[in-house]
Design a protein around this ligand. Sequence first.
Ligand code: GAL
Length: 629
Amino acid sequence: MTNPKLGTCYYPEHWPREMWEKDALRMVELGLSWVRIGEFCWSRIEPQEGSFDFEWLDAVVEVLRRHNLDIIMGTPTATPPRWVLDKYPDMLAVDKMGNERKFGSRRHYCFSHLGYRKEAARITREIANRYGSTVQAWQTDNEYGCHDTTLSYSMAALIGFRDWLAQKYQSPNALNKAWGNVFWSMEINEFSDIELPNLTVTEANPSHVMDFRRYSSDQVVAFNSIQVNILREFTSKPLIHNYMGRITAFDHYDVGADLDIASWDSYPLGFLEMVSDADESFKAKYAYQGDPDFQSFHHDLYRAVGRDRWWVMEQQPGPVNWASYNPAPLKGMVRLWSWEAIAHGAETVCYFRWRQAPFAQEQMHAGLLRVDDEPAPAWEEIVELNDEINALTTIEQVTSDVALIFDYPSQWAWEIQPQALNFDYFHEVFDTYSCLKKLGINVDICSSDDKKLNDYKIVFAPSLFLTNNTIENCSAHLVLGPRFNSKTKDFQIPNPLPPNVSGLNVVVERVETIRQNMSRRLKKPGSVVRWIEDISHDASVIEETECGDPIVLQQNNKTYLAGCLDQEAKKRLFKKLLKDQNIKYLEMPDGVRQRLTKNHRFIWNYSNENQNIDGISLCPADVKIIEKR
Ligand code: GAL
């Protein structure tokens, strides 16, 4: 392990050539090691089909390398120029309402379009060939799935989907059976009878939609792997993709399996505003800091996706432009977010972007430098951070006692059939995560078939759609439910009824969902919310409703939740589970979080108030690093 590095996202094509040298000098002065370039510059390197202008990019690479800056080169495939669209007018993604997503911003391509895939492969080969031996890392495309771009209802998708189904089912009758197409006379005679599952009169068959979700995820994997295979011909340097926060429409573990490092783009304030489920008062309380658990959730998730190697490719440095409201971070938060990432094992944190752009869509988005070239407020925080990093002894990560499963197909399944307006898989997993973090413990996020699951003392698998052999044979204490294994892989109700897991005599006989304001009180403080299962069982009852309905049960090495618990009930249960497994926990003061590594204890304060923990006081946005001796 080496000490973490800092970097920035740079768009030399936005600035006159005379500025590049000084920019590089100032990057070095700030202590940056990495510069990401190239991911949106296709129209400048290939203004017309087959006519290339690499001279300017060669010059940029030369300047940066002369200053010993390491380069992450992006493949520019997220922004195909106008002439590519003229060549393939049907390459545009199509939204659920059947509307083409037009040229004029970015990510307008459809992953299924074979012509565009060829075009993306061609430009990737050109760049890989030119810079394969010069740059130090590669980024494929940019933020797959962002702006709701995984699912496309185009003709290319329809053709691809039919073919995918024919390969999967081999015969129309096998598909009819798996989907239950006898219902409503939906049976097909040929694979060419299949439509995409949009614009149906009422809901489409969930089995149909689930297969379309799997197909769509596979197209992202296939699109990425084309670039990976080409890049590997020209370089042995790490290949990376920059994922986003709470984008769940494709399976990131599958994309990550082809890459060397996972990275993600961390915009704490934008995410709190735009993708958080929190209520208004929470959003107001953390408006200048972000949700205290959202960033670390993704750090832990992408550590798993990157098989322990991960970066922050874009870190918010000031107000962004794309949320409903765009406050400036509380002074100190850029440093805090950076330390939080580093504590979770980030090898590199890059700030987006070097200099604010005076033109186009993101002119209201802060950079490290202002438009007039003066340092923006984040600059000073990075100077401080860099000194601190240089003074720190090597950070070594440790395996946690607790794993939490995050599973993309479960997200698709419960999006397709939520059964209640307020049921969402990401929310269930994140709520579990957040409760564990308030107890001060490290959490490793894992896929449902992670071979390491046996190494943990407790494995939480909230609302997992399908069980598998790894889970069935796992020796850790398993915390399952609600909805665990409650469909077949074809999306039908299984018989025997769920959860149908060995060593747990629980049968879910009926489920009901209730409104947000209709929680059902437990005998002990706290409530069941959203989802409640009627069960028969011969397990020990740990929690029950005031009416005596069993809600938390235990048998052998399993705990089953027959409903969603609110935070109060969760906390009580989790403390018991941790205690039973001899795992030390510590209740965190409001907004304070920590991470323990082999030799360090990192503590930070997201709250607006001074906080105290173990005699250590933290002002708002404070970070304390305690070296264990
Ligand atoms: C990211 C994206 C960047 C930039 C940034 C603005 O999602 O990768 O290109 O748009 O957001 O916050």
